[in-house]
Design a protein around this ligand. Sequence first.
Ligand SMILES: [Zn+2]
Length: 163
Amino acid sequence: MQFWPAIFLAAAVTAFGASPSGERIDDSVALVSQLQAEEWLRVWQKRLSLEDWKVELRIVRSWELKPDTLGNLRWNSTARTATIRVLDPVDYDLPLAKIPRDIEMTIVHELLHLQLSVLPKDSSKKADEERVVTRIAEALMNLDKERPPAPATLSRIGAEAGQ
Ligand SMILES: [Zn+2]
């Protein structure tokens, strides 16, 4: 059928545009590009006053992350460099429309871990930090988007390799 590619192209072009009601439409997996993810990183890095960090963002396949995780963070406090890895949409187990927001949430989540990296490391508090970071990230995203939270199917693991 010859007309399908044209239809998909049209959907792709409008996917991050605004609908008449002003709602954002996130409906194409292919649209979470490196550029889009870096734009989310730039915006949230500024909002969280983390601009003195050089943060690299990488979209990675599932085998580059711990099993059942959506992202991770590695950082070097001395050099003030960090790398955030987020799961490639092709490996996501969520409805397509929910993936862009979830990736943005993972970026916020990992930046919050980076924010907390100034605190003394205490591996016995890892689960507590995870819970706090998850709640704050969801609150920030909800404030930003004024939309109900998207349930994540997997946990986000950060903060396992800082120094
Ligand atoms: Zn985490």
